[in-house]
Design a protein around this ligand. Sequence first.
Ligand code: NDP
Length: 330
Amino acid sequence: NDQIILKNRPKGKPSEDNFELQEIETGKPKAGEVLLESKYISVDPYLRGRMRDEESYIEPFKVEEPIESMIVAEVTDSRNPNFSKGDHVIGMLDWKKLQINSGENLRKVDKSLAPLSAYLGVLGLTGLTAFLALDKIGDLKSGETLLVSGAAGAVGSIVGQIGKIKKCRVVGIAGSDEKIEHIRNRFGFDAGINYKDTKDMTKAIAEACPDGVDVYFDNVGGEILDAALQNINKAARIINCGAISIYNSTEVPMGPRPEGILIKKSALMQGFLVRDHIKDYERAIQELAGWLKEGKLTYDETIIEGFDKTPKAFIQLFEGRNIGKMLVKV
Ligand code: NDP
């Protein structure tokens, strides 16, 4: 059996030296426990925050201990009456090929309803984030303009498609011309901006959003957020979902102050954490699964093969190497 631990805390952008692959013994499940074999591992930008030794909404990883993230696993041995051999489950699990678990925080997933990997993306936390942040804060109305950053990513690509379902003009911001092509052709975005190739983002957003921005779904923070704010309409809603552009910052990033514009536009800017809305998960999954079935919603995955590649897959999120949900197939 193998596990991956946090070897030391990254300074700036994470590197493979921050992680270590180790061989371990597994043992056998005791009464009430299950033995799990990892199938798909989710790598997510927020894990970077847990690698810092600071207080947050979720406790930091400990050095020399395994990283954990959402994992889909197969039950290969069970001494827990709630699970049988062959069941597939999802949970916050250690980066281990095999592990023993109490079963307390595992949820069964149905392989016949959707591919296993979908439970880590469109029907998992990233799909829920897209749906619930729009539901709770976005309040999209037909004909409005929705701007989304990280638009080719797991959350952003679902946000854009929900915008189209709600009959909005949808504009995406992403890091390459290929990604912009992709979000337009595959996900139906009306326009896109390659931020890596754009000097004046404020102007580019103004051109792509001739009627201004009613809802800005922010996955990246930093200078792209600054530019988006310059283009908001009266009573705009700004959803602070993520800020990947500053996750590796070693100093507190500075920028223009937002209060003037928020007052002038009576705009709402609100942080969003999907885990605050657990009671809405079931409703959101029903809606997302319904759209998938009707063909109104689709999704992409970038799947890296091999357990030992998990740190690399995580690091590649910060290089924009993924389209849609980044996953590791064990
Ligand atoms: P993505 O699939 O969007 O992957 C990350 C993407 O971020 C990359 O593909 C890359 O695309 C882009 N990116 C990387 N570095 C930068 C940068 N410096 N500036 C701009 N873009 C960058 O990840 P997720 O969909 O899983 O997550 C998206 C955001 O949502 C993250 O910020 C994450 O933390 C947040 N999130 C928040 C949740 C919540 O409850 N609040 C829950 C889940 C996610 P590109 O090529 O375009 O640069």
